[in-house]
Design a protein. Structure first.
Length: 278
């Protein structure tokens, strides 16, 4: 069963890479210095580690992030690893209670696992992390518990927020929207619109860390306007290409929205097979 989830995970990473996502890397519009094969490698390596039953969640996240960083020389897929690893912890016979089981997994991350997750984040050096020295700094854990650090981080970081509120923006926002889109448009268009949904619904954490609140808000507003214009159109490339060119000209990469997109694709694929309600 884990092998099946692994295949769905890899397919989700591949599908996200195959569509044009404004500002983010794809086969259609790359980011200088990034490589398609490296993203594929990161997905394959992390998927193999996720199904290792001898490792706990913290070990899986740390080993995945560490192996990707050490072999690729920079951060590839950290956000995807952080968001998708907990999903693999849900036992197949309990998928019918997906939301409750995911909450159980997150609530049972102990301090040993938490330390490994924080090490994974620190050693992967996500963009903008070095400029932050406020409360909840993962580089200086001090005496704060893991869950408290996630709680503090959730005020400005959407992945931390998922750990705190049980993936609410995915399960209650992105996933229902994507399921609606799957019935109305092509698979590729649905993924593009899902990505824009995330970009338009809240500030991207990656952009917020690197460029600040004002720039992040401006990009969120632009994404919202574009989503409104193209959501029910069959041909959406012109608007996307313009927005993509604009974002990449300023190096605005909505990486967190891409991570949330992959996570949504994975849950949707699992749900399509096992037919459970959220």
């Amino acid at each position: 069963m884990n092998k099946l989830i692994q295949k769905l995970y890899y397919k989700s990473c591949q599908e996200e890479l195959m569509v044009l996502k404004p500002g983010n890397h794809s086969i259609h519009s790359g980011i200088i210095g990034m490589n398609n094969k490296r993203f594929e490698f990161a997905a394959k390596v992390s998927g193999e580690i996720f199904i290792n039953k001898k490792l706990d969640l913290g070990e899986k996240i740390y080993q995945s992030a560490s192996k990707c960083f050490n072999q690729l020389g920079e951060n590839y897929n950290l956000g995807i690893i952080l968001l998708c690893a907990p999903i693999f912890e849900i036992l197949p016979d309990r998928l019918s209670n997906f939301k409750a089981e995911l909450n159980f997994v997150l609530r049972n991350i102990d301090e040993f696992q938490g330390d490994l997750i924080l090490r994974a984040i620190k050693e992967s050096k996500p963009a903008g992390l070095l400029g932050y020295e406020g409360p909840g700094d993962v580089r200086k854990k001090k005496k704060l518990m893991f869950k408290k650090i996630m709680e503090i981080g959730s005020q400005r970081d959407r992945i931390s927020k998922c750990y705190v509120n049980n993936y609410s923006e995915v399960l209650d926002g992105g996933l229902p929207f994507f399921e609606f889109l799957k019935k109305k448009t092509t698979s590729n268009n649905a993924i593009i619109l899902l990505y824009l949904f995330y970009l338009s619904s809240s500030n991207d954490s990656h952009i917020l860390r690197k460029y600040g609140h004002a720039k992040a808000c401006m990009i969120t507003k632009k994404a919202k306007n574009i989503l409104k214009k193209i959501i029910f159109k069959k041909k959406i490339n012109t608007q996307l290409l313009y927005f993509d060119k604009y974002l990449k000209s300023f190096h605005y990469n909505p990486g967190t929205c891409a991570d949330l997109t992959v996570t949504t694709l994975l849950i949707s694929k699992i749900r399509d097979i096992f037919k459970f309600q959220i």
